[in-house]
Design a protein around this ligand. Structure first.
Ligand SMILES: [Zn+2]
Length: 333
């Protein structure tokens, strides 16, 4: 245990409690006939072939980790060793972007459905199950489950209930305490246990610490840095569990965030709020690729499904970040 782990956990506990400090686009099937291009017959055959061709799975196990409120620049500034390792060995962008408003529930809904707020309509940011119920837009869990895959999610905030649509997750956990929050060590240890006993195809893990501390003390403060370290430690632990469950190199990870933050808040179009990290590592990832700007949070949904060989929903506007899995350049950071 690192020397300052106890301090970091104490700060995080304060923040949680709020107590003052004391297809490949569906690969088209090979055409067996070569009718004249542009004829109605050719068009009909092409359409039928595209419809019939199922996406090809790239990876059987995908883990999406969302670190709430993690600014990309915090990774290097606070020396998040596990995340830096994933960046070095995998492909990443420090210039991905989330939606507006850059708030937790609307943003995670976009991340996990591949739709924009105008489509999914989640414009609230608290647990309001009585008023709104579960979201109507298909999640990646729904799509994967429909394809016969095993899905699981571990949330550190109660409001994620809106995304846990019955019948779409083989297992999910969200805190049901007065504060509506759960510490990362609890969330991740529960996810580790689940990995050990089950082998989900799609696993989503949400870590809250940087956001908890950001709101309480401020983004890019020392305590925020400790929260980033804590989140990073938990990512490392989760990967150890995943190595045991799937075998090293047999699964693909995406690490991202729902938003950044500045001062003690987020939600605006300020670049510090809307810029998020996007890191992918593991099976099928070509290491050393810097992905640059242009990745949007909806692309996480599209990429996770593409990796699993699952058709996205009709409303999913995200694009698989296929270049992370197909080309190689040298990363610098
Ligand atoms: Zn958030």
């Amino acid at each position: 245990m690192k020397m300052n782990t106890r301090i970091r956990r104490a700060i995080a506990a304060v923040a949680v409690t709020g107590m003052p400090l004391a297809g490949v686009a569906a690969q088209a099937a090979p055409e067996t006939a070569v009718p004249l291009a542009g004829t109605p017959v050719e068009e009909a055959r092409r359409a039928a072939a595209e419809k019939a061709a199922a996406p090809v799975p790239v990876s059987e196990h995908v883990i999406v980790i969302s670190i709430d409120g993690l600014r990309p620049d915090a990774i290097v500034q606070y020396d998040a060793k596990n995340l830096k390792r994933l960046m070095k060995e995998g492909s990443y962008s420090m210039e991905a972007s989330t939606i507006l408003p850059s708030k937790t529930l609307p943003s995670h809904t976009s991340m996990l459905t591949g739709t924009e707020p105008a489509q999914h309509g989640v414009n609230w940011n608290s647990e309001e199950m009585e008023k709104h119920g579960h979201i109507a837009t298909p999640t990646i869990f729904a799509q994967a489950k429909q394809a016969g895959l095993h899905t699981a999610a571990f949330f550190s905030k109660t409001k994620f209930e809106h995304l846990a649509v019955p019948g779409t997750l083989d297992h999910f956990e969200a805190p049901h305490n007065f504060l509506g929050k759960r510490h990362a060590d609890k969330t991740v240890s529960r996810a580790e246990k689940y990995l050990e006993n089950n082998k989900p195809n799609l696993l989503f893990v949400h870590i809250g610490e940087p956001d908890f501390v950001g709101h309480f003390i401020g983004w890019m403060t020392d305590p925020y840095g400790w929260a980033v370290e804590e989140a990073d430690d938990e990512v490392g632990d989760l990967l150890v569990a995943a190595d045991k469950a799937f075998g090293a190199g047999n699964y693909t990870v995406i690490v991202t965030a729902d938003h950044g933050g500045h001062g003690r808040n987020h939600g605006s179009d300020d670049p510090r709020d809307v810029t998020i990290p996007w890191i992918t590592w593991g099976k099928a990832v070509h290491g050393g690729t810097y992905l640059g700007p242009g990745i949007r949070t909806m692309d996480t949904a599209a990429t996770a499904l593409w990796l699993l060989g699952v058709e996205p929903s009709d409303v999913n506007i995200g694009k698989p970040v296929a270049q992370a899995y197909a080309s190689a350049k040298i990363a610098e950071f």
